[in-house]
Design a protein around this ligand. Structure first.
Ligand SMILES: O=P(O)(O)OP(=O)(O)OP(=O)(O)OC[C@H]1O[C@@H](n2cnc3c(O)ncnc32)[C@H](O)[C@@H]1O
Ligand SMILES: [Mg+2]
Length: 198
């Protein structure tokens, strides 16, 4: 069992920090990498795993603390898995609203049955910047892309992601409901097992 009381989260995304801290509970204090640096590393990997490790190593190096990274995204079947690892940059860095508008446009005439998609989350935890054995955990969440945005909770693509097990968008779920069933929740469940936190 590995015992962490303080971890740095290698993310500048406030939505992720909120969700991950809620899932970890009070026994682990997640500190944002934003406390240490405002420079975001270039995500040059070709996979969620590579980008998660890259972000975790960078944060451990900058902070001197063990680091947790979350690399996540939305893989849309009709688009051959795009935007995938490029989800944050889908509309060339113009932000969530532009990403969502571009996705709706790309699926404009696509019927419901062909709008399948999954959220992917890979968590990587490194004990230090050169850790030769990062802990890796993944989670998938299957759903469908709605024809229009709906809901105010969450962040990113949540208003466009229809959740079959609840028959609503993930932005219509309360934060605590989303944190029980999301891709991030699944990955975190595995991580908590690996860390002996459950
Ligand atoms: O890299 P960091 O600093 O962690 O922050 P980021 O927002 O750039 O994060 P990613 O590179 O992992 O890109 C993830 C993309 O997928 C989206 N995404 C991930 N998880 C999501 C969730 O739970 N709900 C909605 N969108 C999500 C998110 O909005 C981004 O566009
Ligand atoms: Mg990113």
């Amino acid at each position: 069992m590995i015992n962490f009381t303080q971890l740095v989260l290698a993310s500048h995304n406030a939505g992720k920090l909120k969700e991950l801290q809620a899932m970890l509970g009070e026994s682990v204090h997640l500190r944002s990498i934003g406390e240490f640096s405002s420079v975001e590393p270039e995500e040059t990997g070709l996979s969620f795993v590579e980008n998660a490790i890259l972000k975790a190593r960078n944060a451990a190096r900058i902070s001197g603390l063990p680091a947790l990274a979350d690399d996540s995204g939305l893989a849309v079947d009709f688009l051959g898995g795009a935007p995938g690892i490029y989800s944050a940059r889908y509309a060339d860095g113009q932000g969530d609203a532009a990403n969502n508008a571009k996705l709706l446009d790309a699926l404009k005439d696509v019927p419901e049955a062909e709008r399948g998609a999954q959220f992917v989350c890979v968590l990587a935890l490194v004990r230090h910047a050169e850790d030769p054995l990062p802990i890796l955990c993944e989670g998938l969440w299957h759903g469908r892309i709605l024809p229009a945005a709906s809901g105010e909770h969450g962040f990113g693509y949540d208003p466009l992601f229809w959740v079959p097990e609840r028959d609503c968008s993930s932005a219509e779920l309360s934060p605590s409901e989303k944190n029980l069933i999301s891709h991030r929740a699944r990955a975190m469940d595995l991580l908590r097992q690996r860390l002996g936190l459950k």
